[in-house]
Design a protein. Structure first.
Lengths: 332, 296
């Protein structure tokens, strides 16, 4: 699964270099592309949470949209209620989501396959209704999470044409890179090895002294931390959270992204993130080409995404990576 | 009030039972939880809707929708599941491949419906009144359509019960799900029998969709929540027990109806999730499931 091993220092340098390059690039691309770049970064974190969960620990969740909602609501609540600065609000969202994920993870470790899928699906359907029950969560209107204009030091550094979307792009990119770097290190540590051992053969891993159940709970918790981070960033991009901002289709979309990326490969989450943002864009262009029909524009993205998902499951179980797929074929 | 709530609960419980039954039939035959079930059911309902628009007759559209559901179920097995089970045996996503693939199928069916009929809410009209029965001056929420739902579900359950208990086909279905290899050795064409199980499941889902839709509206996603309820009902019942699916559906339907009446509608699925968790953690094989735990 890991062909290329980079040393931790090289990984850190690579992340740093990518970050600087991306931030520099933000000045040369348009507003829309900046926003889409931020979306890619958010999806990337969400997809990474599924890849960690499914590819490395062998669990599945169709309810990570609900965990994202926990993160988003946690961030927005602390932002509006206690006037936390947005950095702290993001962190608070992650804390809320991680706690929720831990509770769910304790239960999830005892379930597997379709049972876990169905249970998390029920959570994704049921959880948003909590927002209606508590006045503090804002009901249907949701909660505001508008962080306002970029702070002075950024504007001074970058000039007056530094827009809010660029600022979103910066925040999301930096957060996503840090998250990706941290998770890569975690997966290369003994934790990551234990998860994979438990996934590949639970009995053998248990005999080797690995506490498989505890590993699963931990993996679910870490995955939830990532998902809630993505949810908090998602809310930041939207400027608010509502019960309908985290629909079932979001949960499905990030699982789709993870499968397209190849669930065993964390770096693939970049591919997944780009695909999730690109498909609506491409189908939008196609729709205009086909003569703007409302039916087509509303359904073409879903059609393309579902068709891709099925084709990948059937023919490219390692995800959209031609090279890897060929190699895997030779060895079998 | 109590009786009203109970009657409504039985009506929605009957629909959950049908959905749970569809899931259980597929699970027993293929060991797959078919997440596309709600998509198949809603497509059958759209076909019924289209026929009712053309013929202005609900009673013609209903059996044709059920037939469409059965054919659809059979096609999903033939064209899709066999390929999937043949291909995705190993590899990084072998364990989750059925879940992912059926989810993909769900998305595919729903987008196709959107392309054909659009995403607007449609009304699948039934000649039966949606207004409740009136006793003297008191009108209860239970309507003739609700009564039809209960009767249709009971009829489907009775037919399935007779087929499974008293016919050779039922025996073959049970044998093929209990021990596929031994059934094969005993001369049962397991893959054909399995296909019949899929078409039964598709028909059950179509009955659920075509019977419930006149009480609300029809859209590509309109049966998704029904699927979740059906799944919870099936797990309560044990996922491989047909009787369990029916009882699980009724228990859940009546429970949801009382929550709706006395607590509020928005928390029903949260309660459903909690029920699901409790059942899975305390009694993973469900109330009527077989001894061997099917968690793994």
């Amino acid at each position: 699964m890991h062909n290329r091993h980079l040393s931790p220092r090289k990984r850190a340098l690579l992340s740093l270099g990518t970050g600087v390059a991306l931030l520099a690039a933000s000045g040369f691309i348009g507003e829309l592309r900046n926003y889409q770049g931020a979306q890619v970064a958010v999806y990337l974190v969400a997809i990474a949470s599924i890849i960690l969960l499914t590819g490395y620990s062998g669990q599945i969740s169709l309810g990570h949209g609900a965990i994202m909602a926990l993160g988003g609501y946690g961030a927005a609540l602390s932002f509006t209620l206690w006037n936390f600065p947005f950095e702290i609000a993001l962190a608070f969202g992650v804390i809320v989501g991680t706690m929720g994920g831990f509770i769910l993870g304790v239960a999830a470790a005892r379930l597997s396959g379709p049972y876990l899928a169905g249970t998390t699906l029920a959570l994704a359907v049921g959880l948003p209704s909590i927002a209606d029950q508590f006045h503090v969560l804002g009901g249907e209107q949701g909660l505001n999470f508008d962080i306002g204009d970029p702070p002075h030091w950024v504007v001074r550094l970058e000039g007056n044409d530094f827009t809010q979307y660029k600022w979103f792009f910066w925040i999301s990119t930096v957060v996503a890179l840090i998250a990706l770097w941290a998770i890569t290190n975690l997966l290369h540590s003994s934790y990551g090895r234990n998860w994979r051992a438990g996934r590949n053969n639970a009995v053998a891993a248990g005999l080797a002294g690995i506490n498989v159940a505890r590993g699963k709970v931990l993996a679910f918790t870490v995955s939830s931390a990532l998902a809630s981070l993505a949810g908090a960033l998602f809310a930041l991009l939207l400027g608010l959270v509502t019960p309908t901002a985290f629909p079932l289709s979001l949960s499905f979309a990030i699982v789709t992204g993870a499968v397209l990326a190849g669930v065993g490969n964390l770096a693939g989450s970049i591919v997944g993130g780009v695909v999730l943002v690109a498909i609506p864009e491409i189908s939008g262009a196609l729709t205009t080409h086909l003569g703007d029909s409302q039916k087509v524009s509303a359904n073409l993205p879903g059609l393309v995404m579902s068709a891709l998902l099925i084709l990948v499951v059937l023919f490219m179980p390692n995800g959209l990576r031609i090279r890897k797929f060929k190699r895997a074929k030779k060895t079998t | 009030m109590f009786i009203d709530t109970l009657l409504i609960g039985i009506s929605s419980g009957a629909i959950y039972s049908l959905m749970a039954l569809a899931l259980v039939l597929v699970w027993r035959s293929t060991r797959v939880v078919n997440f596309a079930q709600s998509g198949q059911a809603v497509l059958s309902t759209y076909i019924g809707y289209e026929i009712s628009v053309q013929t202005h007759n609900y009673w013609i559209s209903l059996p044709l929708a059920i037939l469409a559901g059965a054919i659809l179920g059979s096609l999903v097995d033939l064209l899709f599941m066999r390929l999937l089970i043949g291909r995705a045996k190993s590899g990084p996503i072998a364990e989750i491949a059925p879940v992912i693939a059926t989810l993909g199928l769900l998305g595919l069916i729903q987008s196709l419906i959107g392309l054909i009929w659009g995403n607007a809410f449609l009304h699948y009209a039934s000649p039966l009144s949606g207004k409740g029965f009136t006793f003297g001056s008191h009108t209860i929420p239970f309507s003739p359509q609700n009564l039809f739902i209960v009767i249709a579900s009971a009829a489907v359950l009775a037919i399935f019960g007779i087929v499974f208990k008293f016919t050779d086909l039922g025996l073959a279905l049970r044998a093929a799900s209990f021990q596929p290899e031994i059934a094969q050795l005993a001369g049962i064409r397991v893959s054909r029998v399995r296909n019949i199980g899929w078409s039964f499941a598709g028909a059950a889902g179509a009955v659920a969709g075509a019977a419930i839709t006149p009480t609300s509206t029809l859209s590509p996603n309109s049966l998704d929540l029904l699927f979740v309820s059906g799944f919870i009902a099936a797990v309560i019942g044990g996922l491989d027990s047909l009787v369990g699916a029916v009882i699980g559906g009724l228990v859940l339907g009546i429970g949801f109806s009382f929550i709706l009446q006395y607590i509020g509608g928005s928390v029903t699925f949260l309660v459903g999730f909690i029920i699901l968790m409790v059942v899975l953690l305390i009694r993973p094989r469900g109330i009527f499931g077989h001894k061997v735990s099917r968690r793994a």
